[in-house]
Write a protein that binds this ligand. Structure first.
Ligand SMILES: Cc1cc2nc3c(=O)[nH]c(=O)nc-3n(C[C@H](O)[C@H](O)[C@H](O)COP(=O)(O)OP(=O)(O)OC[C@H]3O[C@@H](n4cnc5c(N)ncnc54)[C@H](O)[C@@H]3O)c2cc1C
Length: 325
């Protein structure tokens, strides 16, 4: 295909479409990138992926995003993000990237429905918190089951909660939860924790934290909200039901970056390496949000990275493609 790099503009030809900015992901990072790119007149196209709106769309209320003093439903929040981006010309496609070739520009991105040739690519494919995969987990997500203490700890003032996990993040988040919760019971499937010794000491010295070793949660039970958990000792097979108001799951996150393996530099966990300017090792490919952020994992930080990635994509087009709007 003849691909003229000067005054490049979005155009369709059969099942192949040329775009200036393709955004993979429709969570806070992707939709914010879309807003910024659309306002720069770059006619971005957003691939929603299977989770339209991203992780936050699953949560009942978001209370830590500025501008919403009463809080806002996760679903409503991302609908507003999308509406705002569309108002300036972003196009949302209900499709997923299935294959990418970043070896030369324009980048070639295959989806279920077609193929894109993208002058710049913003990867906002996020991450997925690992799940327990037990009965009740999905049903009570946002109603007692949480994957984020910073997000939801406040809802558990003077309540009893269970935390699943034995690594650094499980202990860090448990200590954080003791600011609010009356008690925190850490359930760990092994007889010793994986977290570093200092964290272990701090957690063990905290009078609000209890430990349940060699134990797994097999079911989360409730009606409108979580009321109890069914637990099993993996050594004795003893089972019991224990009352609780919440279950926090901290058994790790998996970045949704398999598609880019071998083409982009990543850390050992699969997070894409990104510099302060949201650049990857491939010029013209930028990352926003959790796909490149193992640390902060919030709507506001992901949205901020998405905005920065879109601004960088604009600069890149100015410098390399000579785009004139
Ligand atoms: C239950 C829950 C509650 C939370 N509550 C809060 C809260 O109260 N406050 C807060 O600040 N944070 C909260 N978080 C964290 C917050 O949701 C995330 O930090 C944020 O959503 C990350 O945004 P992101 O855009 O980087 O990625 P994600 O939200 O993970 O979105 C990733 C997007 O990429 C898409 N995608 C993946 N692969 C492909 C592909 N191959 N092709 C196309 N698209 C693809 C997905 O469909 C999705 O749209 C919560 C998280 C969870 C799980």
């Amino acid at each position: 295909m003849d691909f003229n790099l000067t005054n490049f503009s979005t155009s369709k030809s059969g099942d192949v479409e040329q775009v200036r900015v393709l955004i993979i992901g429709s969570g806070p990072a992707g939709l914010t990138a879309a807003l910024y790119a659309a306002r720069a007149d770059l006619e971005p196209v957003v691939l929603t992926g299977m989770e339209h709106g991203g992780q936050v769309s699953l949560t009942y209320t978001v209370e830590n995003y500025p501008g919403f003093p009463e809080g806002i439903g996760g679903q409503e929040m991302v609908e507003r993000f999308q509406k705002q981006a569309e108002r300036f010309g972003a196009r949302i496609e209900f499709d997923s990237a299935t294959d990418v070739d970043l070896s030369k520009r324009p980048f070639r991105i295959k989806t279920y429905n077609k193929e894109y040739l993208a002058e710049t690519l913003i990867i906002a494919s996020g991450a997925t918190p690992r799940h327990l995969n037990v009965v009740g987990e999905t049903e009570f997500t946002g109603r007692g089951v949480s994957y984020c203490a910073t997000c939801d700890g406040w809802f558990f003032k003077d309540k009893d909660v269970y935390v699943v996990g034995g690594g650094d993040s499980a202990l860090e988040e448990s200590i954080f939860l003791t600011r609010y919760a009356k008690s925190v019971t850490i359930v760990h499937r092994r007889d010793e924790l994986r977290a570093g010794p200092i964290l272990q000491k701090r957690a063990m010295e905290n009078p609000k934290i209890n430990f349940l070793y060699d134990t797994v949660i097999t079911e989360i039970i409730g009606k409108d909200a979580v009321k109890s958990v069914h637990v099993k000792n993996v050594k004795t097979n003893e089972e019991s039901e224990r009352p609780t108001d919440g279950v926090f799951v901290f058994i790790g996150h998996d970045p949704n970056t398999q598609l880019f393996r071998g083409q982009l530099d990543m850390d050992e966990r699969g997070y894409i390496k990104v510099d302060q300017l949201m650049k990857t090792n491939v010029p013209g490919v930028f990352v926003g949000g959790e796909a490149g952020d193992p640390n902060f994992r919030q709507v506001i930080t992901s949205a901020g990275m998405g905005a920065a990635a879109a601004m960088q994509a604009g600069h890149f087009l100015d410098e390399h493609v000579g785009y004139v709007s």
